[in-house]
Design a protein around this ligand. Sequence first.
Ligand SMILES: C[S@@+](CC[C@H](N)C(=O)[O-])C[C@H]1O[C@@H](n2cnc3c(N)ncnc32)[C@H](O)[C@@H]1O
Length: 271
Amino acid sequence: MRIRDALALAQALGVARLDAQLLLAHRLGRSRAWLLAHDDDALGETDAAALRDGLRRRAAGEPLAYITCVAEFRGLALAVSPAVLIPRPETELLVEWALELQPAEAEVDVADLGTGSGAVALALQQARPRWRVTATDRSPQALAVARENAARHAPSLALAQGDWWGALVGRRFALVVSNPPYVAGDDPHLAALGHEPRAALTPEGDGLAALARIVAGAPAHLEAGGWLVLEHGHDQAEAVRACLVRSGFDATSTRSDLAGLPRCSAGCWRG
Ligand SMILES: C[S@@+](CC[C@H](N)C(=O)[O-])C[C@H]1O[C@@H](n2cnc3c(N)ncnc32)[C@H](O)[C@@H]1O
């Protein structure tokens, strides 16, 4: 099989050309530009077999990141497995906002609740080496992936397992961020996300339960003047801000992602 035959096979299976190129480039450890210049090269039998398998999985709807076991988030190449959500570009808004909320040089304690692959915590720890970042998750399998990513990108990242604040008993932070599961349990979009862990996507019900638990527990875990920043669904901003106000938060506000959708809300705990 030559490279051009592999791309023809992808087309026959209904796999997008870009996905096929990315699969092939990943498999061969080459760039897409290299592939274009070598489309007459023959693939070895092992590479050809691996590519056929990858294309079939992609044609069956499996996300590319689970086939290559890598996803990119804010310039970090992160290991991913079906135990973790594939980090989304929209979540960069949560990171950008969090980076503004404490001074870069301050030695502050920061937590990321529900870290999955570790994407948010690692992006913060890389950008702010002086911050002491702790990443939590209820899933031991997810934490194993986050640990692998931390070893590669930010070995000082601390990890803790538990059910939301249960992982951080007795601790207070200057900044807490979270991208919790927030899709409603009956949302039809869940069907297309069947390869990702359901517990990472939805807390079931109306989708607000995890956000509400995080907000309710936050006053006992924030320092005076500390911030809580949450990612949520585009139609949940008002409910999340109301929840923050009910729990005594001040300076509540919402920011929109690049698509203009209200995506993150934050509040300050005055103590
Ligand atoms: C939407 S994913 C976010 C993953 C990652 N922070 C990101 O942005 O890519 C939500 C994460 O919350 C975790 N989670 C779900 N329920 C939890 C709970 N009760 N306590 C702690 N973590 C939980 C899931 O395992 C999952 O990793």
